[in-house]
Structure formats: structure tokens, C-alpha cells
Design a protein around this ligand. Structure first.
Ligand code: PEP
Ligand code: MN
Length: 374
């Protein structure tokens, strides 16, 4: 059961203390407090854990400071979409809004290799009015002999260049808790030139200790990728680990599943699950057509499979796209074969707009038909 308190409830007020004292006396119930400090108001939610079935929603609603009570099913307590649950899914980070209604594009380098390539990428993004990108500094690789990413050494120039070209959010995977501090330090040193969205890669989806540590900080939002060999339920529970530790700024990323059934694509594209994740949870949903499709192959209509998959995800309501580009894919140190070319950026963005417009039209169409039948 979730108790949503009246906005700006003060923790030192007598009413709040009275509420906590009442809850502490309920047998078999423990309380977890979550506070979200926004620019305009502070929201507090109390999670009652234990045998809440015995509690009366009406009675709890009448306790001091309580604005609303939501009964949650056992599944995905924080991020799940529950009955009569009108809690918003949106959050703002560094001036960029993320929700189940918005669309943000994160085109960029799979892995940072040279300063020059980072600059070419960011300059091209700025020219297209883009404010987000992806830049891998810590790369989880199948082979220990493959390039592992430049790590913290590249962060200062990546962040400086982001500031120079107006990039507000960089999606960046971390594979170890130490990377969190390295990112914090480099951001600080560059005068917070940009923002970072931490990425939990598909290989770490069930690295529970990493999830707990990343969930305990609320500075950076988190993009968690679906595990490529586990069920959707297991992956959503992994996202719930982040949220249960306190970080609600979580985006769920679809990036294809590891199975030969998807051949000849690198992974079996799972973007039909965009609406499923939106139905089960309140998280914005990201698609990664690059790691799903994994090749620059195209169809006879002249459209690359990566672009087809992108459009498929967007026409189904995706809220974010994470996609690999590279100025010289043959020189890329990671995933060159799936990178789109700089000259393809305007085309890619225009194609995305077509799919987005079509999605919005579909939503309007369904609304119109449902109003007519009311
Ligand atoms: C990536 O986005 O660079 C990446 C390694 O993705 P995934 O975790 O989906 O393989
Ligand atoms: Mn990659």
C-alpha cells in the first residue's frame, strides 16, 4: 500500500509525527519513506510493507497528511502501474523531460575512441537541434582482449565538448560502482558542463549489488537494459531494485534478445514489447535498434533494417532511442558494423519524425473511436 502525502508535508510537523506513530503501531507492517525533492514541491510517499490486506483504505486515507492511498499488487511496487494509480511517470533531468509521452533521441558513439570523433558527433547533433547523446567510456566486452573503453581518462574531454555543443544528457554505461565516483568527479571538474544518464547494460541487469548502489543515488537517472537471456518479469524486477532503493528516474531499455531465432539480426528485436512495458509499469521505454539489429543490412525498399526497427519501436510508442553512429565506422573500436554514418543523421531523424507522427495519429484515432462508441 502506498500513502501519497499532501505535497510539502514537513517531516517535523506534529501531524506527520502523529501519522508515523500510528503506522508504527500497526502490527506486522513496516514503513519505507520515499521523498522526491522537486523544483516546486517536495513529494513524500510512504510504502507500507507487510500484511496490508487487513488495512482499510478509507481509514488510512483519513490519517493526517495523507492525500491519497494506492493499493499495489505484489508486482513492481514502485514502478508498476497499479489500479487507480495516477502517479506520474515523468521526470526532468538537466532540463530534459522524460515520460511515457515524450520522445528523446540519444544518437552517439557506442564507445568513445578519439576526441576528434566525439567532437564530430556532438557538432552534428547540435546542428540537428539534438541535446542528448550516447558515449561509452566503460565497455563490457565478451573478450578480455578487446578494447575495454577509455574509462575515466576520456571523461573530461567528453564532458567539456558536451558543454561546448549544448548536449544536456549523455547516456553512459557503468559496470562498477567506482565509475559512479569517477563520473561525479569529472563532471565537477568540468563545472557540470553536461548531465549523465547512467546505463546498466544487458549483461549487468541482474548484478543486484550494482543495482542497489546505483539505486541509492538520486543525482543521475538510469537507463536499465533488458537482460538478453532472462524473462521480461525478471528484467522489470531489476528496474524495481533501482526504484526500491530510492531512484525513480528509471528508463527501461529494449535491446533485443539473444536467440538464433532472430538471425540474421544480432539479437531478436523485441520492440513489440514497448506497449507491454508501458502497460505494466510507469517507466518511459527506450529502444536500442543498433544492438538489436547489429548490422547495416538494408531491405529492397532502400531502408536499413536499423531504421525499420527504429520506426517499429516508435510507431508502438517508444519514448527514447539509443542508437550508434560513427564518423568512420571502419575505425570504430567497438561495434563499427552497426554504426550509422554522420550523413545519415538528418535522414534518420526525419524518418523518426514520420513514425512519431504516425504514432500520435494512431492515439488520436483510437481516442476518437472510443468517444464515438461511448
Ligand atoms: C551499449 O549500449 O553500448 C551496450 C553494450 O548495450 P547492451 O548492454 O544492450 O549490450
Ligand atoms: Mn555497442
Amino acid at each position: 500500500m502506498i500513502l501519497i502525502l499532501v505535497p510539502n508535508t514537513r517531516s517535523d510537523s506534529p501531524e506527520y509525527k502523529q501519522l508515523l506513530a500510528h503506522l508504527a503501531n500497526l502490527p506486522g507492517i513496516s514503513t519505507r519513506i520515499h521523498t522526491e525533492v522537486g523544483t516546486e514541491q517536495t513529494l513524500t510517499e510512504l510504502y507500507l510493507i507487510g500484511n496490508t490486506k487487513a488495512l482499510s483504505t478509507d481509514e488510512i486515507s483519513n490519517l493526517p497528511c495523507v492525500e491519497r492511498v494506492v493499493r499495489v499488487s505484489e508486482e513492481y511496487r514502485v514502478l508498476g502501474r497499479h489500479q487507480n494509480d495516477s502517479r506520474s511517470s515523468s521526470f526532468e533531468y538537466n532540463g530534459v523531460l522524460f515520460s511515457q509521452d515524450t520522445l528523446n533521441i540519444f544518437a552517439g558513439l557506442c564507445a568513445v575512441d578519439t576526441l576528434e570523433h566525439v567532437e564530430i558527433m556532438m557538432k552534428a547533433l547540435q546542428a540537428e537541434g539534438q541535446v542528448c547523446t550516447r558515449m561509452g567510456a566503460y565497455k563490457p566486452r565478451t573478450s578480455p582482449y578487446s578494447f575495454q573503453g577509455h574509462g575515466k581518462s576520456c571523461l573530461p574531454y567528453v564532458f567539456d565538448l558536451a558543454g561546448k555543443y549544448g548536449i544536456k544528457v549523455i547516456a553512459m554505461e557503468i559496470t562498477h560502482e567506482a565509475h559512479l565516483e569517477e563520473i561525479r568527479t569529472a563532471l565537477h571538474q568540468t563545472g557540470n558542463a553536461t548531465g549523465v544518464m547512467l546505463q546498466i547494460g544487458t549483461r549487468n541487469t541482474q548484478n543486484f549489488e550494482l543495482l542497489k548502489i546505483v539505486g541509492r543515488q538520486q543525482t543521475f537517472p538510469v537507463l536499465i537494459k533488458r537482460g538478453f537471456g532472462i524473462t521480461l518479469d525478471e528484467s522489470i524486477n531489476a528496474a524495481e531494485y533501482l526504484a526500491s532503493e530510492g531512484n525513480r528516474k528509471v528508463i527501461f531499455g529494449l535491446r533485443g534478445m539473444k536467440t538464433n531465432m532472430g538471425d540474421p539480426h544480432r539479437n531478436f528485436v523485441d520492440f513489440a514489447h514497448v506497449p507491454v512495458v508501458k502497460r505494466l509499469t510507469r517507466m518511459p521505454v527506450c529502444i536500442d535498434p543498433s544492438h538489436s539489429v547489429g548490422t547495416r543490412a538494408g531491405s529492397p525498399d532502400g531502408i536499413l533494417d536499423i531504421m525499420h526497427a527504429t520506426a517499429q519501436g516508435i510507431i508502438a510508442g517508444a519514448n527514447m532511442v539509443l542508437v550508434d553512429f560513427h564518423p568512420v565506422p571502419s575505425k570504430a573500436l567497438v561495434d563499427g558494423p552497426q554504426a550509422l554514418l554522420m550523413k545519415e543523421l538528418p535522414l534518420y531523424l526525419e524518418d523518426i519524425q514520420i513514425a512519431r507522427d504516425a504514432y500520435l495519429k494512431r492515439v488520436e484515432l483510437v481516442k476518437r473511436y472510443s468517444q464515438e462508441s461511448d
